[in-house]
Design a protein around this ligand. Structure first.
Ligand code: HEM
Length: 388
């Protein structure tokens, strides 16, 4: 299956374009033998993301109770009315103002990471900027003390990579968050966990399980995705010299650049899974009840039915409406934070190193494998023309 081979990893777009041309939804079997439907067109993608008959709730049988409670209490895995309640309570603490308040800290963290490049002629921008920045930002947001970030980073990396060690790392992270929550209750600080621990909305509040689930969700949802966005932006800019010099002349263009990268190289390549609770018809395809459905955001965001010249990198293009952060009730809660991080990181990186060059050919780039994420595992750059 073209969706799971090395060619797809290196360049997913030809296979997705072929699927999109053939029809709006396709029955696919994963290499592990698990069947699901992949939705590839923009119209149908929006439909699937908003249709309330598709459920996010999955049975979690077989998981240890502690983990089950941390997963089943996450808003991303709940339907209304539970989702509505969780999203309302979390949004009361994770406000635009809290995101904006992180700006100076993100600038500082970015400068620290870029400052550490100084002695090197060549660096891997994924390892040195794209991955550590979002990680540090989530730690700042949640209020994880600096001295405790080392082991926490190791667990969260293991969770993101998946595989045999994942359950143990999840259990350690959940235990850590439980302990952190206890400490925040005794000694609250100006962070999201302390804030949410005491927020009461209409007499309703988040339970300990829900707080731990929320913390876990933010780590998983906000780390690798944002790292991919930063990496994909550096990559696309390095391949488009004219856009890059426009950005140099007008740094304010970074907003449009990041938006166009979200569309063309959607960091979260798919939505998360939904399950049909009744048959749904997409074009001439009917998906029966009880089937798993995944939306290819990468494919929908290059649908020629929606975007003019979808394969052209065109920051500021008039046809907006990309689905990189999803759509509908589960629209990404961290979108403003992710945008801000990427804009700061990219602007500052290119301001310091206006002549940076990617040192590997496009065909030699190492991409993350799998259908769910679209991002680079490494992106070596040569730092020429450094400005202090
Ligand atoms: C949901 C993408 C960064 C928190 C989502 C969804 C997408 C997405 C596509 C919806 C999934 C679905 O409907 O199946 C991204 C991308 C990011 C990013 C591309 C970076 C470029 C972040 C960050 C945070 C975050 C930084 C928080 C720190 C969340 C949460 C949800 C979510 C809490 C669940 C919302 C709900 O269920 O109501 N994200 N995300 N994300 N994201 Fe993000």
């Amino acid at each position: 299956m073209a969706l799971f081979d090395d060619g797809y990893t290196a360049n997913p777009h030809p296979a997705l374009a072929e699927l999109r041309q053939t029809g709006p939804a396709h029955r696919v079997t994963s290499p592990a033998g698990i069947p699901f439907w992949l939705v590839t067109r923009w119209d149908e993608a929006r439909l699937v993301l908003t249709d309330p008959s598709l459920s996010k709730q999955q049975p979690m049988d077989g998981l240890p109770p502690q983990l089950r409670s941390a997963l089943t209490t996450q808003m991303l895995l709940r339907d209304p009315p539970d989702h509505t309640r969780l999203r309302r309570l979390v949004s009361a603490g994770f406000t635009p103002r809290r995101t904006e308040a992180l700006r100076p800290r993100i600038e500082q963290l970015t400068d620290r990471l870029l400052g550490a490049f100084a002695a090197d002629a060549e660096v891997d921008v994924i390892d040195r900027l794209a991955v550590p920045l979002p990680f540090e930002v989530i730690c700042e947001l949640l209020g994880i003390p600096a001295a405790e970030r080392g082991p926490f980073r190791a667990w969260s990396d293991t969770i993101i990579v998946g595989g045999a060690d994942m359950s143990a790392a999840l259990a350690q992270t959940v235990a850590y968050f439980r302990d952190l929550l206890t400490r925040k209750r005794v000694r609250p600080a100006d962070d999201l966990l302390s804030t949410l621990a005491v927020i009461v909305d209409d007499g309703d509040r988040l339970s300990d399980d829900e707080l731990v689930g929320m913390a876990l969700l933010l780590v998983v949802a906000g780390h690798e995705t944002t790292a991919n966005l930063i990496g994909n932006t550096v990559h696309l800019l390095s391949r488009h010299p004219s856009q890059r010099s426009r950005l140099r002349d007008d740094p304010g263009l970074v907003t449009a650049v990041v938006e166009e990268v979200l569309r063309m190289a959607s960091p979260s390549a798919t939505s998360t899974y939904r399950v049909t609770t009744r048959p749904i018809t997409l074009g001439d395809t009917t998906i029966p009840a009880g089937e798993q459905v995944l939306v290819s955001l990468l494919a929908a965001n290059r649908d020629p039915g929606r975007f003019t010249d979808p394969n052209t990198f065109d920051p500021g293009r008039p046809d907006g409406g990309h689905l990189a952060f999803g759509h509908g009730i589960h629209f990404c809660l961290g979108a403003p934070l992710a945008r801000m991080e990427a804009q700061i990181a990219v602007r500052r990186l290119f301001a310091r190193h206006p002549d940076l060059e990617v040192t590997v050919a496009p065909s030699e780039l190492r991409w993350r494998t799998g259908l769910l994420m679209h991002g680079l595992r490494s992106l070596p750059i040569r730092l020429e023309g450094q400005r202090s």
